[in-house]
Design a protein around this ligand. Structure first.
Ligand code: C2E
Ligand code: MG
Ligand code: MG
Length: 843
């Protein structure tokens, strides 16, 4: 049996050692045969005729081939062994060996085969003849046999030896040539090969039986063989075709996947196997991508390159186009290192494969796009478009998943963050600036968040951080502190430096209620933080109901404004030394029909967040000026201090509205003190400068309320020129126990003195406090010691009654008249007995 296969120069080089060995062995076998033949051969006609017949038989047996493919490699099974074994049965083995060499050589002369191939074919068949001859000799073969039955076994053995040796010599060569494993080659089509060997063995037996019976019957043999050959060849072709289609079907089936990477790698491997190529390239046009591979797998996957194909001698390229359009998706290339010509069927197979590949690539690309789109949509649905942070939905889902875990690691908490006065930035600097602030806050939070924490924007100026794997609840406060501190750092905005303040509420994951409850609790805590003026508050169940009520207040606001439910109480500001009333601070109250009298801490935030602040502020100012006018009419010309929401300062129309009100009530601007709370955010804005400038120029007094509680008191003071500083009541309350509070009070008083500002202490509740404040140089104060805030008419009555029969005085003097007072150093330096509510401004 001989097989022809595709080979290339490189494989030829690798094959040479094996072929060389076979040739050398065959050469020695030939020499031995020649020696033996030379001793026995006579040059008679019969011998020459039979020799010629033998050579002819081998040549014909070699040329007439039965073509089949093992995998994609073309194989041709010849009748050569059949001729050899028949020859060995009737003639001397050495002669048959020589005739085989000659017969194959003559047959090869008609074909233009490479030398290596020709040498291998001759040598291999001579060795096959030698081995089969030896086998027959060992089995004591005699011709003609005594009876037909005695032929069966020796011929079977000799033929088996011939077939097996042929396989043993051929398969390694094919394996080397095609890069396939020998055992795989052996298993391929083995049933077909065994069947064909059996048929040919029976033919050998038949031929020899005829020869034994009557030589003339041999005439019938060639037609018989031809019939068998044709029948067999047809069947084999049909089977080969069937197998080829099956392979194609399997290959195209394998392409039927949605993953583009898998499609391309499968295409490379399948095409390499299908067409026995050295390399397969699948190149895609958009995006440009090249996948190279062979039957062992993918060799390269990346941008197009020509490197490995440079040494290929044959490249068969086919565009990847579908039946419906001319546009090609890419190109499929079969690369061979040797010269190769594809058969018609292979061309057809290639076209079918390329078309299937094109469809598979398009499907995979479409699927990839769909998956990408789906992922993008999913991400968009879970992402805040402006900041790229997770959105509320994602936070809720992620949180729910985390809380639902049975063995969650550590404690989970939620920090809810609300930027203070964000609306002002938006309203004055525009939405672009507001967006920029939100983006910067998002960036800072993301950078400061611990691994595993989820930062989300819930909407507007509300952010949330899901704090995970906390070892203890207290750590939540620590982490929240760090996160809020990063927000409060000043940020650059259109060349301006702005500080954003924020309040945070922390809630530890509850046992039940899930994320919705956790979020609600964090929200409650956040409003507690806002109300108490602290940066962070942690949720406490006990304080919950009040907050729920506060949240509901927002809905009642429009009615409150329309129904004039807001009123103003007044708290006098008195001369600490004499007890004389110097001014009165207006403090808003809400007379809620259901909840009773509400103090500002409970509703101010809601008012500021609603659009009703201007109406509210106007109502308070109006009532305050009405009160001041009433007192003035009664002979008490007292300045009235009105608290301002920072947002009011962002309204450019605010100064004219205030001045119009003053005119309406015929009150001098100097009689109005506007108390500002420290918010660096607004103090950095130009509009605030303009608003405050206009008010100051008109004569309105400005006071900095709760001085010392914000993180930016001093820098604020340098920017906003005010007339008065108000020491926050928290310091006054703590002055008896805290030396730090005393230090703050003292430095505020010193600062006020050096800038020429009036200093008013808030929250004076006791005589010792009053005395100590006075001793430190503070001239004025307000607090429960003197009176609680009260309606305007009651304050008027109190003023009229006075203390110790002195109208306009609400407390007995610190010192008896005529007493000798030993002033403290600072007190002496203050140099004023009575504070000015309208002091001179610093230059
Ligand atoms: P504030 O301007 O610092 O006002 C002083 C607060 O201290 C008032 O609380 C007052 O009742 C309270 N207070 C006075 N003396 C004492 C004392 O001896 N001990 C203690 N513990 N507290 C004392 P109130 O009325 O609840 O006002 C709270 C804050 O609400 C005010 O702080 C002010 O910032 C704001 N506010 C009040 N009315 C208005 C308003 O009409 N507009 C705006 N924007 N804010 C207002
Ligand atoms: Mg105030
Ligand atoms: Mg205050």
């Amino acid at each position: 049996m001989t097989r022809t296969d595709r080979r290339d120069a490189e494989t030829d080089r690798r094959l040479w050692p094996l072929v060389g060995l076979v040739v050398v062995c065959a050469f020695f076998a030939g020499i031995v045969a020649l020696y033996l033949v030379a001793g026995t051969m006579t040059a008679n006609v019969t011998d020459l005729a039979s020799t010629a017949t033998l050579i002819f038989l081998v040549a014909v047996g070699f040329v007439v081939k039965w073509h089949l493919r093992i995998r994609s490699t073309a194989h041709a099974i010849s009748w050569c062994e059949t001729a050899i074994v028949v020859g060995l049965a009737v003639a001397e083995a050495p002669l048959v060996v020589l005739c085989t060499g000659l017969g194959v050589g003559i047959a090869l002369a008609t074909q233009s085969l490479p030398r290596i191939k020709a040498a291998f074919a001759i040598a291999k068949n001579m060795l096959v003849a030698s081995a089969a001859g030896i086998a027959l000799h060992l089995l004591d073969w005699r011709w003609p046999p005594d009876d037909l039955a005695s032929m069966v076994v020796p011929l079977a053995v000799a033929y088996s030896v011939a077939v097996v040796l042929d396989e043993m010599l051929t398969l390694p060569v094919i394996a080397l040539d095609t890069g396939t494993k020998v055992h795989r080659l052996f298993l391929d089509d083995w049933s077909l090969r065994v069947a064909s060997a059996l048929v040919r063995y029976l033919l050998i037996l038949g031929t020899l039986s005829i020869l034994v019976a009557d030589q003339w019957l041999l005439v019938a043999i060639p037609p018989l063989i031809l019939c068998v050959h044709l029948a067999h060849a047809g069947q084999a072709r049909a089977r080969a075709d069937q197998q080829a289609w099956q392979r194609l079907a399997r290959a195209t089936d394998a392409l039927n996947v949605v993953d583009l990477d898998k499609v391309l790698s499968t295409a490379a491997v399948q095409a390499a196997e299908l067409f026995s190529t050295n390399l397969v390239e699948v190149e895609l046009n958009d995006p440009a991508r090249l996948v190279q591979g062979n039957s062992d797998g993918v060799r390269y996957d990346g941008p197009p390159t020509t490197a490995p194909t440079a040494r290929m001698r044959t490249i068969v390229a086919l565009p990847l186009t579908g039946a419906d359009s001319e546009d090609s998706t890419g190109t499929l290339r079969l690369c061979f290192t040797g010269p190769v010509k594809l058969s018609e069927r292979e061309h057809y197979t290639l076209r079918t494969f390329a078309s299937a590949l094109c469809t598979a690539v398009r499907n995979a690309e479409a699927y990839q796009k769909l998956t990408r789109d789906a992922a993008r949509h999913a991400q968009q649905a879970a992402q805040d478009a402006l900041t790229g942070l997770a959105n509320r939905r994602r936070l809720m889902e992620h949180g729910a998943e985390l809380l639902g875990r049975r063995h969650a690691e550590g404690i989970t908490a939620l920090l809810l963050i609300d930027l203070n006065h964000f609306k002002e930035i938006n309203d004055t600097l525009g939405h672009a600036a507001g967006d920029e602030v939100l983006i910067q806050v998002a960036r800072r939070l993301s950078a400061a968040a611990a691994t595993g924490d989820l930062v989300a924007r819930l909407g507007g100026d509300e952010f949330a951080v899901l704090l995970t794997t906390l070892p203890a609840p207290a750590i939540a406060t620590h982490r929240a502190d760090t996160l809020l501190a990063t927000i409060c750092e000043p940020m650059e905005l259109d060349g301006m430096r702005i500080s954003v303040e924020a309040s945070g509420g922390i809630a530890i994951a509850p046992g039940s209620g899930g994320m919705a409850e956790l979020l609600r609790r964090a929200d409650v805590a956040m409003y507690q933080a806002k109300r108490s003026g602290s940066r962070i508050a942690t949720y406490h169940r006990g304080r919950d109901t009040a907050d729920v009520g506060r949240l509901a207040l927002g809905g009642d606001l429009p009615r409150a404004v329309a129904q004039h439910e807001f009123s103003v109480s007044f708290q006098p500001i008195v001369d600490l030394a004499s007890g004389e009333v110097l001014a009165a601070e207006a403090l808003a109250r809400w007379q809620h029909p259901d909840r009773g009298r509400l103090d500002p801490r409970r509703f101010l935030e809601t008012v500021e967040r609603s659009g009703l602040l201007p109406a509210f502020a106007d109502a308070v100012l109006d009532q305050s000026l009405v009160a001041a006018a009433t007192w003035a009419e009664a002979g008490f010309t007292l300045p009235v201090a009105v608290n301002l929401s920072p947002r009011s300062l962002l309204d450019p129309r605010f100064p004219s509205a205030v001045l119009a009100r003053l005119r309406a009530h015929d009150i001098a601007p100097q009689q109005l003190i506007l108390e500002l709370t420290e918010t660096l955010t607004i103090s950095q804005l130009e509009v605030v400068d303009q608003v405050l400038g206009q008010l100051r120029d008109a004569g309105v007094r400005l006071a900095l309320d709760d001085f010392g509680t914000g993180c930016s008191s001093l820098s604020l003071l340098s920017r906003v020129p005010v007339h008065e500083l108000k020491i926050a009541q928290s310091f006054v309350l703590a002055m008896e126990t805290s030396s730090e509070a005393v230090a703050v009070i003292r430095s505020t008083i010193d600062l006020g003195r050096s800038l020429g500002l009036t200093v008013v202490a808030e929250g004076v509740e006791s005589e010792p406090q009053r005395r100590a404040l006075w001793a430190m140089g503070c001239a004025a104060g307000q607090g429960h010691l003197f009176t609680r805030p009260m309606p305007a008419h009651r304050l008027l009555t109190a003023l009229q009654c006075g203390s110790d029969g002195r109208p306009g005085v609400l407390a007995s003097p610190l010192h008896d008249e005529g007493a000798v007072i030993h002033l403290a150093q600072s007190r002496r330096a203050a140099g004023r007995g009575r504070p000015e509510m309208m002091p001179h401004l610093p230059a």
